[in-house]
Design a protein around this ligand. Structure first.
Ligand SMILES: [Zn+2]
Length: 117
C-alpha cells in the first residue's frame, strides 16, 4: 500500500506522546521569566504573558531536520517557527541583536524574478 508510507503519524515525526510529555515536563520546570534561547525575551507558562501571546513550544536543540529527536528546551511559538529547521541558528536575535528577517530573502527572490523578463 503506497499511500501508507506517505502518511506519517506525529509519533513517527517525533512529535507524539513522548514529545508532549517532554514539553509538559519542561513547562513544569520552567522558571517564569527565563530567557528564550532564540530571542532572549522572557518565557512564561501563562501564554498571555509571552510576547506572542502563545503557549511555549518544545524545541530540539539539534533540529529535527538534522536528525535531532530530543525535545530539550522551550521556545516561544513564534521563535520556534522562525528557527525552522535550524539552518539559521547563527542568525538568531540572541546573537545578532536583530530580528531574523525572512522577508529580506523573499524580497531578494522577488527582485530576481522581476529581472527575468
Ligand atoms: Zn523567543
Amino acid at each position: 500500500m503506497p499511500t501508507r508510507a506517505a502518511r506519517r503519524t506525529t509519533t513517527q515525526r517525533g512529535l507524539g506522546h513522548v514529545h508532549q510529555q517532554r514539553v509538559a515536563g519542561l513547562l513544569r520546570a520552567l522558571e517564569d521569566g527565563s530567557p528564550c534561547w532564540w530571542c532572549t525575551r522572557p518565557m512564561y507558562r501563562d501564554a498571555g504573558r509571552n510576547f506572542d501571546r502563545r503557549q511555549l513550544q518544545g524545541d530540539h536543540s539539534k533540529a529535527r531536520a538534522m536528525g535531532g529527536v530530543l525535545t530539550d528546551r522551550l521556545l516561544h511559538a513564534k521563535c520556534n517557527a522562525e528557527r525552522g529547521d535550524g539552518s539559521r541558528d547563527h542568525l538568531r536575535p540572541a546573537l545578532t541583536g536583530q530580528p531574523v528577517n525572512a522577508a529580506d530573502e523573499t524580497e531578494d527572490r522577488a527582485r530576481w524574478c522581476l529581472m527575468s523578463w
